[in-house]
Design a protein around this ligand. Sequence first.
Ligand SMILES: NC(=O)c1ccc[n+]([C@@H]2O[C@H](COP(=O)([O-])OP(=O)(O)OC[C@H]3O[C@@H](n4cnc5c(N)ncnc54)[C@H](OP(=O)(O)O)[C@@H]3O)[C@@H](O)[C@H]2O)c1
Length: 304
Amino acid sequence: MGSGLVTGRILLTGSSGQVGGELLRTLAGIGGAAGRSEVVAPGRAGMNLADADSVRSVVRAVRPRWIVNAAAYTAVDKAESEPELAFAINRDAVRVMGEEAQRVGAGVIHFSTDYVFDGAGTRPYLETDATGPVSVYGSSKLAGELALTESGAAHLIFRTSWVYGATGKNFLLTILKLAREREVLRVVGDQYGAPTRSRDLARMTARAMGRLEAGGWEDLSGVYHAAGAGETTWYGFAAEAVRRMQEKEPGVRLARIEAIGTEEYPTPARRPANSRLNCEKLAERLGWRMMDWQDSVAEVIAEL
Ligand SMILES: NC(=O)c1ccc[n+]([C@@H]2O[C@H](COP(=O)([O-])OP(=O)(O)OC[C@H]3O[C@@H](n4cnc5c(N)ncnc54)[C@H](OP(=O)(O)O)[C@@H]3O)[C@@H](O)[C@H]2O)c1
């Protein structure tokens, strides 16, 4: 099966976010250059995902061939006290996208999270493993997955983890800022997962859409794990970022990074201890291997 050109109008949500911002660039590049697709990216003011009617009317007006939903309620801790809003954005809006896509034969690309799992497993999770979210955010994202699947629309759901890049609000940029300000940074060292570069996700998505064009949506529809290759902890991620930054800027004094246990850093939302995702299905069915997380960190630091 080859990789096709993406054609038709793409309705992209979340273009002011980390993944959506990269998607805007990547998708405009692949379709625009060949003049075969057009990206419409309305933003929150043009399409409010907290309002199902707004979602429905924009989808009907745009008449996309693809809906790429990179928007989400992503404030994991705040979601514990705003469950209605989290579910409206992460479940109800996604259900409407699925219903509308099914009506006109459009495909939906959607992003989900490692937080659909409880984290008690001892190996990287497969797509077929039982879910069991331990937070409102995780529950709302799982509900969105189910709503999209039940809509009957052709879809790809990419579960990713620990997303970061050279721009946006993310862990790596926060750590580097704090490392300049403090002597010591204490970072959780007993939650395991993999950092995922937003640009890698966007490139993978464009490639997957091309595959769908070429190879039949029905066969490929479903859930895929898409996280950086390898594994580490938040402590390991922070230490690697600071080490790379120190190499780049030897004259700058950066904080020492120390590992702490989850119980020493209490947060409103619980997080899974094991966030590792097995990404073999993505490689086998969609032909994409995500970048090694350490290589991505090196690239992002070089870009800063
Ligand atoms: N970040 C991670 O570590 C991570 C991990 C696993 C999975 N994911 C998933 O990956 C996807 C992309 O995440 P991200 O990191 O790119 O998120 P992000 O940087 O927080 O961006 C979220 C985007 O959603 C938009 N949005 C939020 N509420 C909205 C509303 N009511 N109406 C319209 N737009 C709204 C935001 O727009 P405004 O700029 O207007 O707020 C922003 O563009 C999400 O599905 C997320 O659940 C992320």
